[in-house]
Design a protein around this ligand. Structure first.
Ligand code: 2AL
Length: 177
C-alpha cells in the first residue's frame, strides 16, 4: 500500500495492519496512529522508533520479551508469527530450522545463559545475518553490561521493524517507479 492509503486507515485497520511490525506490539501501532498523516514511510518509522526510545527501561525490556527465541520452542512447535517464521527461515541461506544438532544445542545453551544474565531473550535481525553471525553475536553480546545490551537489542528490534514495514508500505523510491 502507498502512504496515502496508510493515512486513510481507521485505527482498527491500522492496528490490524501494523500491530506486529514490533512483535506482539499493537500498542505501538495504536499510539503511532495519532501522528497521521505521515508524509512518507520514513516518518512512520521514525514515530515508532521515537515511541520506543521514550519508554522506560522496563518498557524496552517488555518489548524484547515479546520476541520469540531464535530456533526456540515456537519454531519447533510451528507457533511463530508469520513475520517471525519468515525471518527465521531466511537467516542466511538456509535459515534457523536447518541448524545441525550440535548448532541447535549450542544455540539453546547460549540463549538460556543469555536470558539468565539479562532477563530477556537474545534479539537480532535474522534477515540481516546468517547462522554463523547469529551464533557469534550471541556469544559476543553476552559479555555486554545490561544497559549496553538492552540498547543493542532494541536497535535490532528497530531493524526488524524497518524490514517488516517495508513489506507493507511502498517506500518513496518505489512510489516514484
Ligand atoms: C527474531 C525473530 O523472530 N525475527 C528476527 O529477525 N529475530 N527473534 C529474535 N529473538 O531475534
Amino acid at each position: 500500500m502507498d502512504i496515502s492509503t496508510v493515512n486513510s486507515l481507521c485505527y482498527e485497520d491500522f492496528v490490524d495492519t501494523f500491530g506486529n511490525v514490533v512483535e506482539r506490539g499493537p500498542l505501538m501501532a495504536a499510539a503511532v496512529w495519532s501522528h497521521r498523516p505521515f508524509s512518507n514511510l520514513s516518518e512512520l518509522e521514525a514515530h515508532i522508533s521515537d515511541f520506543i526510545d521514550k519508554l522506560p527501561e522496563s518498557g524496552k525490556e517488555g518489548i524484547l520479551r515479546c520476541l520469540p527465541d531464535l530456533a526456540g520452542r515456537d519454531l519447533q512447535r510451528g507457533t511463530l508469527s508469520r513475520e517471525s517464521q519468515d525471518e527465521q527461515s531466511q537467516a542466511g541461506d538456509t535459515g534457523m530450522a536447518s541448524l545441525s544438532p550440535a548448532e541447535t544445542t549450542r544455540m539453546h545453551q547460549l540463549n538460556a545463559d543469555y536470558k539468565k544474565r539479562f532477563g530477556f531473550p537474545f534479539v537480532i535481525c535474522a534477515k540481516m545475518s546468517d547462522k554463523a553471525g547469529i551464533l557469534r553475536q550471541l556469544a559476543e553480546r553476552s559479555g555486554n553490561d545490561l544497559s549496553q545490551e538492552r540498547e543493542c537489542a532494541i536497535s535490532e528490534v528497530k531493524k526488524i521493524c524497518c524490514l517488516r514495514l517495508r513489506n507493507l508500505v511502498l517506500s518513496e523510491t518505489r512510489n516514484k517507479q
